[in-house]
Design a protein around this ligand. Structure first.
Ligand code: CTP
Ligand code: ZN
Length: 153
């Protein structure tokens, strides 16, 4: 078992596990962790996983996630699990669930969309799950399915 250990257990914080392989850096982006950040973060990328083949893991110490951050993670990685760690124990574990609609979170790729004009209209996408996440703009029907993290506002 010890030979399997890549990063050590954390004392307090959040482990975002079963992140879609290749999405760990986008999870950091969602969490606002960037050069200069003071937080203690461990990331593991492309490790073997029984359930998923390959997965990423992000551990952030001394921090619990906001609802909005969890919703954003669910869009780029619908299989992710959130584990809350207190005093080394997993005290809470849940799967992220993509919301039905995402409002004011992503920029519509259609420059002519009403949500991109000077009108006071917040972007709004309907979320569907078919072979991963698909988002359809409520106003112009433009579909977003790849590189969703690149459209985060
Ligand atoms: N973890 C951690 N620090 C702790 C406790 C757990 O970093 N003090 C991590 C584990 O390494 C794992 C995740 O949190 O990546 C969930 O822990 P656990 O529920 O013990 O693991 P599993 O049973 O493998 O989880 P699952 O059933 O969700 O696959
Ligand atoms: Zn649109």
């Amino acid at each position: 078992m010890e030979r399997e250990l890549r990063v050590r257990p954390i004392k307090d914080g959040t482990v975002i596990d079963h992140v879609k392989a290749g999405q760990a850096l986008n999870v950091l982006r969602i969490l606002g962790i960037k050069p200069g950040s003071k937080e203690i973060v461990s990331i593991v990328m492309n490790v073997p996983s029984k359930k998923m083949g390959k997965k990423d893991i992000v551990k952030v110490e001394n921090r619990e996630l906001r609802e909005e951050e969890v919703a954003q993670i669910s869009l780029i990685s619908p299989e992710a699990t959130i584990n809350i760690i207190r005093n080394y124990e997993v005290v809470e574990k849940y799967k992220v669930t993509p919301p039905e609609y995402v409002i004011g979170m992503l920029k519509c790729p259609n420059v002519n969309c009403i949500s991109n004009t000077s009108e006071p209209v917040e972007s709004k996408f309907m979320v569907t799950r078919e072979n991963g996440i698909k988002l359809r703009c409520y106003y112009c029907e433009r579909v977003l399915s790849e590189n969703i993290a690149d459209h985060l506002l």
